[in-house]
Design a binder for this molecule. Structure first.
Ligand SMILES: [Zn+2]
Length: 494
């Protein structure tokens, strides 16, 4: 038996005006055919799990397309056309397939299709017909649509945030498709859409309130006839009808049971909705607290959450740290022009320059200072451990590490790089244990990387296009009513 593999992953932030293009995919993944196996089979990503799971089941894996770009604005119409066209071409050239394993992100928006995942999965279904299984994975931040459910036989979301079980979920999907192909099971899935937008600050799965919700899902998953269930936390930074939470249950040939179980999970979230509203800590309050704690302290810059699509050059925390003189401190900024200036001076040189704050005023003013260039690097690093997103081989482009005379170390990168790995620091001779404050531009995703060195992590409500204060974002297309934007309305999952 032969099973195709298609991965198309992008978390699209519609509050960013600039689109994600084919070049952004080329910077990360734009692979077809056997290159996918050589690049991804051994990684902690779900596509690695697909290969391992199919091999265990003695099924031939037929890799077709793997495309991923770092989260940013919606995918341009031309780029999305190219990706869909590549999928069609690879599928046509693959020969007969018994089924397809898919890895959509679930929060992908293109300029032409707000529900881009629903679009390409439906196109795939139309191409391979109704009888062959399409089973796959979803990022826990998916903004699920009924279209994604209708186009597939089963979808299985990551159960952790930071996402550390991606490979495991990939193996699970591969095992399920093998059992379905052998006729051992017949997956039947149902989704429910509780009208709740879970605040990003409440989305750490190992802590309350998510912890109890996932424990309930784990208990229900062990019931007879339940093949899988999923909780979608949702991605708040997409102004689309699907934005918000959802749940999926997959049963063995029992559609009514799937609907019932999905309703139970949805009902839990609805009943506990007030616990999922954010608790926001402002910049000055966060720095006050940091003054009372022993370091290193990770300051999670929620407004400039690179893994949520933000520009990676916000300076709000940098200005506040310098104003208070809370050092030694570290911050990483995307600023290719400043990298070039540092490169022109060379390692050991000194220069005056403005760093960061170059995208727009929402993410702060540039920070002007006198810097010593500590080192210049090619920006490539490797993460051997399982970290959020299955990132293992990373390239942030030419990188400069510079330092002020007052104890602030700034890493300047030529590409936007989310803070998912401490090797992003150590590879470039930055020792994270030497700082009182480490700014990490994310919310929950950096936790896996930063917990080993940070005694405390503080989530800071900074301004930006990934603000944790959802009332700051102007939504036109979201579903209504939706808690916490609307309150005091009734809802029944059935
Ligand atoms: Zn995610």
């Amino acid at each position: 038996m032969r099973v195709g593999i298609i991965a198309l992953l992008h978390e699209s932030n519609t509050f960013i005006a600039r689109p994600t293009t084919v070049d952004h995919f080329r910077e990360n993944w734009l692979f077809t055919g056997e290159t996918i196996r050589t690049q991804l089979a051994d990684t902690p990503h779900e596509v690695g799990g697909f290969f391992a799971g199919l091999a265990d089941q003695q099924i031939e894996a037929v890799p077709l397309l793997a495309a991923r770009a770092v989260p940013f604005g919606p995918i341009s119409a031309a780029c999305f056309d190219t990706l869909c066209e590549t999928m069609r071409t690879e599928l046509a050239a693959a020969g007969p397939l018994d089924g397809v394993l898919v890895a959509p992100h679930g929060a992908t928006v293109s300029e032409s299709f707000p529900d881009a995942d629903g679009h390409w999965l439906t196109e795939l279904r139309n191409l391979i017909g109704p009888d062959r299984p399409i089973i796959g994975t979803l990022d826990a931040h998916a903004n699920l649509s009924q279209r994604m459910i209708d186009a597939t036989d089963a979808l299985i979301a990551y159960r952790t945030n930071p996402h550390l079980d991606q490979r495991e979920r990939g193996v699970e999907a591969a095992t399920m498709i093998a059992r379905a192909l052998r006729g051992d099971i017949k997956p039947t899935q149902a989704a429910a859409f509780p009208p709740v937008a879970i605040n990003i600050e409440r989305q750490l799965t190992s802590d309350p309130p998510c912890q109890s919700f996932f424990e309930l899902a784990d208990r229900m998953r062990r019931e007879a006839g339940v093949l899988s269930n999923s909780i979608l936390l949702g991605f708040p930074y997409a102004d689309v009808a699907e934005m918000g939470s959802a749940v999926i249950t997959v049963t063995d040939n029992d559609p009514a049971g799937a609907r019932r179980a999905a309703g139970t999970l949805a009902d839990y979230l609805w009943e506990h909705r007030s616990e999922f509203a954010g608790q926001l800590l402002e910049i000055e309050a966060a720095l006050d607290r940091a003054d009372t704690l022993s370091g290193p302290i990770g300051l999670l810059d929620m407004g400039d959450n690179v893994g949520g699509g933000s520009p990676a050059d916000s300076t709000h925390l940098l200005h506040a740290i310098v104003a208070r003189g809370t050092t030694p401190a570290f911050v990483c900024l995307y600023d290719p022009a400043a990298v070039q200036q540092a490169n022109d001076v060379g390692a050991g040189g000194r220069l005056e320059m403005a760093v960061g704050g170059k995208t727009d005023r929402l993410h702060g003013q540039p920070f002007k200072g006198t810097f010593t260039v500590c080192g210049l690097y090619n920006g490539r690093f490797h993460e051997p451990e399982t970290r959020h997103g299955g990132f293992s081989n990373c390239d942030q482009g030419l990188t400069a590490v510079v330092r002020t005379d007052h104890g602030v170390t700034v890493m300047l990168t030529s590409r936007r790089m989310p803070p998912f790995s401490l090797h992003q620091l150590t590879t470039f001779e930055v020792d994270p244990t030497q700082f009182h404050l480490l700014v990490a531009k994310g919310v929950n995703a950096p936790v896996a990387a930063y917990t080993p060195v940070c005694r405390h992590l503080l989530r800071v409500n900074t301004p930006g296009c990934t603000t944790a204060d959802m009332t700051m974002l102007k939504f036109e297309h979201r579903r209504r009513p939706l808690f916490p934007f609307e309150d005091g309305f009734a809802w029944n999952p059935n």
